[in-house]
Design a protein around this ligand. Structure first.
Ligand code: SF4
Ligand code: SF4
Length: 92
């Protein structure tokens, strides 16, 4: 009997932060079990509105940040739809 090709693995979803909704409250930073969320631009740029960004390759898709974000700024997306790099901060 011929072997059946295995279906491709879909992988875990990835969390994506909408910078327009994120207030930089850091609730998600505190709860992430793999510590893959960071605040940007950081304390050295106090005149810019801070947001948080996710290091996508390290996200394990646990949904904790998406559930706890008080501003509904986090969306879980299929891994192929996640940005390769954290969303850059715009200063316009
Ligand atoms: S919990 Fe939500 S609003 Fe707070 S920093 Fe994270 S993404 Fe932004
Ligand atoms: S889904 Fe889980 S691993 Fe991914 S950024 Fe959110 S808390 Fe961290």
């Amino acid at each position: 009997m011929a072997a059946t090709a295995a279906a491709p693995r879909k992988g875990r979803p990835k969390a994506v932060i909408n910078p327009d909704s994120c207030t930089g409250c850091e609730v998600c930073v505190a709860i992430c079990p793999v510590d893959c969320i960071d605040k940007t631009p950081g304390p050295e740029y106090r005149t810019l509105n801070p947001t948080c960004v996710i290091d996508q390759p390290r996200c394990i898709g646990c949904f904790l940040c998406e559930k706890i974000c008080p501003w509904d700024a986090i969306t879980m997306v299929p891994p192929q739809e996640a940005p390769a790099m954290p969303t850059p901060v715009t200063t316009a």
